[in-house]
Design a protein around this ligand. Structure first.
Ligand code: ATP
Ligand code: MG
Length: 428
């Protein structure tokens, strides 16, 4: 793919333009990964999904925060099977709010039908014809799905049916019907694997409470990416361009992204472009700083208003921006949630106080951030006295940090932590 090998630097403006184009192909901040050689990390989740697929009667639910990489994993995981699994066929449909149980399965069967026609892999012509008519018009029941899947595929074939964005479905019966479908496929030992994918904190919010179905469901939680996985996104791309990334630049991107791969892509892309504009093959920290400005500009439309709703005030001495920034910098777990104590630590630094701020100093701010009046920028979880908080829209978290950097609110020490991993790094 790369026309420029290391040591073979672009010479003409046309060469640099071509390199810029390649960078735009490798970094994909707004689309899921489709090829596994550009897919980073996620070993544990892949193993669990593979095990669920191998076991007859087992199905999976892949859930986590928005933007952590669920669709990418669902797209590439079928490619990652050991080559002995020759008969795997993966189908993926995306739910939209107007869908009900029947329309979701109509989409699935339409996809299967198209594939069967294209590949000529159906059992017989009559099966193919039945498949074509199956999705037209009528209501589909869990039993219909079980019978059709059993009939369409030969015993050696294992279809993987990924139903993405399942959290979007509004049909109140869809959860129970889907649970019944999974139970029925499992009870009859049909060799098909259903993978339900969606934004959710736990599996019951995605599919409801169905204790008898839980036994046949593998729960795969998709956490935020750890630092090694985020670094891998860059390592899999920048050398392909014949470029190098300075250590400080690398860690700044890794830390700023707060575990969200789309930010690694955005910052990676804009930093690369900034270096290319300087006609340099080495990406430096200054390029990342340029990238931050461009990211803020790009996200202006989608996030600035939310940010304003969360932090606006007529009083000059209010601390909304500072407290929200402290939340964004606070040490969080792999689901992005943090405690008031960890906010206090960051707020103390932001305000340059000598003594640590008590959590009571910003309790009211947190209550407001959770309320609809401030756009519910934060969500509260846990029990009283052990409350935790997280950004309702995870994408807001790196945005708030970058806003803080731009406005000079993130103190010098926080920035130096971002720049110098040897001195410690921002926790995630
Ligand atoms: N393993 C990975 N390696 C490299 N990039 C990744 C990986 N996983 C996700 N990404 C990138 O992260 C971004 C979000 O990925 P994806 O769309 O798969 O997330 P998602 O969890 O399905 O998001 P949503 O909740 O919005 O549907 C995309 O830009 C994608 O290219
Ligand atoms: Mg997705």
């Amino acid at each position: 793919m790369n026309p420029f090998k290391i040591g073979n630097a672009p010479k003409t403006q046309e060469d640099w333009n071509a390199l810029r184009f390649e960078a735009g192909q490798l970094f994909t901040p707004s689309s899921p990964i489709a090829e596994h050689d550009l897919f980073a990390g996620r070993g544990a989740q892949i193993r669990t999904l593979i095990e669920a697929t191998e076991e007859r009667g087992k199905h999976a639910v892949l859930y986590g925060e928005a933007g952590v990489g669920k669709t990418s994993l669902a797209k590439v995981y079928a490619e990652l099977f050991p080559s002995t699994f020759r008969y795997l066929q993966s189908f993926r449909v995306q739910v939209d709010p107007s869908d009900d149980f029947s329309s979701v399965w109509r989409k699935v069967f339409k996809d299967i039908h198209v594939r069967v026609i294209r590949e000529g892999s159906g059992n017989s012509e009559s099966d193919t014809a039945a498949l074509a008519s199956f999705y037209e018009g009528q209501t589909i029941s869990p039993d219909d799905v079980r019978r059709e899947l059993d009939a369409i595929f030969k015993p050696a074939q294992i279809p993987i049916i990924v139903i993405d964005e399942f959290d979007k479905i509004r049909d109140p019966n869809a959860h129970t019907l889907m649970a019944n479908t999974i139970k029925s496929l499992s009870d009859y030992g049909v060799n098909a694997t259903i993978v339900l994918v969606g934004v959710a904190e736990n599996i019951s919010s995605l599919i409801g409470e169905h204790p008898s179905v839980m036994r046949c469901l593998e729960q795969v939680h998709m956490p935020r990416m750890n630092a090694t996985e985020r670094k891998e996104i860059l390592d899999k791309r920048i050398p392909k361009l014949g470029m190098k990334l300075h250590q400080d630049a690398l860690w700044k991107i890794v830390e700023l992204s707060r575990g969200l791969p789309s930010y690694v892509h955005l910052l990676g892309l804009y930093s690369t472009q900034s270096a290319i504009e300087r006609k340099s093959l080495l990406i430096t920290e200054t390029d990342v700083d340029n990238a931050i400005s461009r990211v803020l500009l790009r996200l202006q439309e989608s996030l600035s208003e939310k940010y304003h709703t969360a932090t606006h005030s007529n009083r000059g001495d209010n601390l909304y921006q500072e407290v929200l920034l402290a939340c964004a910098l606070a040490e969080s777990d792999d689901r992005g949630s943090f405690t008031p104590m960890s906010i206090a630590k960051q707020l103390t630094k932001i305000l340059g106080r000598e003594r640590e701020m008590p959590t009571s100093a910003f309790q009211q701010h947190l209550i407001k951030f959770v309320s609809s009046g401030r756009g519910s920028v934060l969500t509260r979880t846990g029990r009283e006295r052990a409350y935790r908080f997280r950004f309702t829209d995870p994408a807001m978290q790196p945005f708030v940090i970058m806003k803080g950097i731009e406005s000079g609110r993130v103190g010098k020490d926080a920035i130096s932590v971002l720049s110098f991993p040897a001195q410690g790094s921002l926790p995630i």
